[in-house]
Design a protein around this ligand. Sequence first.
Ligand code: ADP
Ligand code: ASP
Ligand code: MG
Length: 430
Amino acid sequence: MKKQTNVFKFGGASIKDVDGIKNVAGILASRKEERIVIVISASGKTTNHLEDVMNAYFNKQADVREKIEVVRRHHFGLIDGLFEPGDEVYALVNDLFVEIDWIVEEEPKHDYDYIYDQMVSVGELLSTRIVASYLNKIGIPTAWVDARDIIRTDATYRESQILWEDTERLVETTLTPLLDAGKFVITQGFIGSTDDNQTTTLGREGSDFTAAILSYCLDAVKMIIWKDVEGVLTADPRLFKNVQKLSRLSYKEAIEMTYYGASVIHPKTIKPLQNKNIPLYVQSFIDPTIEGTYIGPDVDDHYPPIVVLERNQTLLHIATRDFSFVVEHHMAYLFKTFAELRIFINMMRNTAISFTVCVPDLPEKIEKLKAILDKEYSVTVENDMELITIRHYQEEVLKSLTKGKIVLLEERLRNTVQMVVKNIPLIERI
Ligand code: ADP
Ligand code: ASP
Ligand code: MG
């Protein structure tokens, strides 16, 4: 019989400080008998800080070293709080900073996305080294595995695609003997490697996806994502009051919610789990005794209204200059151009000669798009939009959400309403 492997994912918030790491160790210590693969993100806001380093380096700013120091101080602060001076973890962490120091010593020779992956991936290498060493120190035998030895990807830097067959083989052959030897396995979320050993990343917030990939490859019995919330809620509690916990969700509802931007789980997480019917639990690392959210098969699709709000959206109005019908002559070209620039369309609508889309506010990409389209199309850009999606909507919820806002675009499908809204400036509210 196949052994019952569990895959756990701990995000940056759970290991943001010394107490957080001790708390995670406590959760694992109470499950010593289980067979567990642990996927870990970078600690706290490290990925953002490494992006700052990357941008400073690439733009040749004078403060690159200071920005590296922010990351260095944070990690040495963690190990000072967890280990005795002289512990071997100091050298392991130091070696990882040497890699960053080497990169910034020379002028940027490669393109941005390639260097980004070499630099930003260090965040997960650091956090996993620290947590794995700490678990071993407190008597929980744990193997540290470099995700670049098991997650194979293509060379689309910053958005790499998984090479599934290679990954399946490598995961099985590398992790199974370690688990069979009675160890926990810790590896990095978010990062992978090409065939020729170049580090890649799977896209921001990609650690959940890594955990789902490993769950799939190992035929896990369950995956748990440990969060600072009690489970999946009807809306982001940072943005809305009176949210409720959803105790059960179907894969379908979870994939829809996350696709529309519910940032509690990465949208790519659900598919590999659904393909093998592996249940996903979202649970609180603050109070592990609280029952979280179960996501899986056999769930009745009856839900309260679920709200997803995405800020920093841009509305683009693209009109043909020669008055030709947009649907007949232009759609394929426009979609191709968006895809090539990797601009993700959140909502769209067309009239006879125009096409309006809501996209994330990415000024550089939008400038490139305008330059490409300029000859044939007039393009107008409206910034500072919000995109609200309501699943299983009720009219009163719609009313309260749009109070004080101008709705610029609205679409109602069977159980989903999407609206692009703008806050009304105070003066117009009088
Ligand atoms: P991690 O450290 O695991 O990466 P994140 O900060 O990315 O964690 O995700 C957890 C946060 O997601 C929560 O603190 C919450 O504010 C936010 N969130 C957004 N939408 C939801 C939702 N529908 N249910 C629960 N949390 C949500
Ligand atoms: N550390 C990466 C990020 O912040 C991946 C993740 O946390 O999931 O995007
Ligand atoms: Mg996250």
